[in-house]
Design a protein around this ligand. Structure first.
Ligand code: CA
Length: 228
């Protein structure tokens, strides 16, 4: 199972370095952005699984970054843990209003932060915490590599399994063909983008074998999403 990707947005270099070191040691894949503008670019390039977002940032503030992420369908569901040096209740509430999933007041321990991150991920993306994930009537048993729809086993090839496993972790989120290619075949593969369509077609066929509704939505010129 791929490591959970964290984007740390923090302009204080010493704290960014400390988080980078500690989160990597905890098994996360870490990317760092030093300001709000860079953060938004990184998210666009490669959406992370979770974002640790400092409140006070150069160029674009943490709150504004959060607001913009929440305004776009592609980034709306990425969990955000906000870091703040302020402890006033009003600010915390404002942070949560903006759409942050949790917040931490500086200074904090890395243990505390990772515990909060895991709690947020468990709440929002059960797949990262558990071995089984469901969306509607589809169930993926990640340990046994089995898929069920309405409790009937669905037989999938390994590529279709990886595709479904990726889509089901972010129900409703639209992935471009390039993003699916990177996630399923790896960024270094020389597989053509069209190949994604072929495997989506097979996945669709397998999931609708008993005349069930088609759970995969094709978004014209954008990509695919699982809307169970
Ligand atoms: Ca700061």
């Amino acid at each position: 199972m791929a490591a959970t990707r964290v984007l740390v947005v923090e302009d204080e270099e010493s704290l960014a370095t400390l988080l980078d070191y500690n989160l990597k040691r905890e098994g996360f894949e870490v990317d760092i952005a030093g300001d709000g503008e860079e953060a938004l670019l990184r998210v666009e390039e490669r959406p992370p699984d979770i974002i640790i977002l400092d409140w006070m940032l150069p160029k674009i503030s943490g709150i504004e970054v959060c607001r913009r992420l929440r305004a776009e369908p592609e980034t709306r569901n990425i969990p955000v843990v906000m870091l703040t040096a302020r402890s006033e209740e009003a600010d915390r509430v404002r942070g949560l209003d903006t759409g942050a999933d949790d917040y931490m007041t500086k200074p904090f321990s890395t243990n505390e932060l990772t515990a909060r991150m895991r709690a947020v991920l468990r709440r929002i993306r059960p797949a990262l915490a558990g071995e089984e994930v469901r969306a509607g009537d589809i169930r993926v048993d990640r340990t046994g590599h089995r898929v069920y729809r309405r409790d009937q086993e669905v037989h999938l090839g390994p590529t279709e399994f990886r595709l479904l496993d990726h889509l089901i972790q972010h129900p409703g989120r639209v992935f471009s063909r390039e993003q699916l290619l990177n996630a399923v075949w790896g960024a270094d593969s020389d597989v053509e983008v069209r190949t994604v369509d072929v495997h989506i077609g097979r996945l669709r066929k397998a999931l609708t074998r008993n005349d069930e509704s088609d759970p995969i939505r094709t978004v014209r010129s954008a990509g695919y999403s699982l809307d169970a």
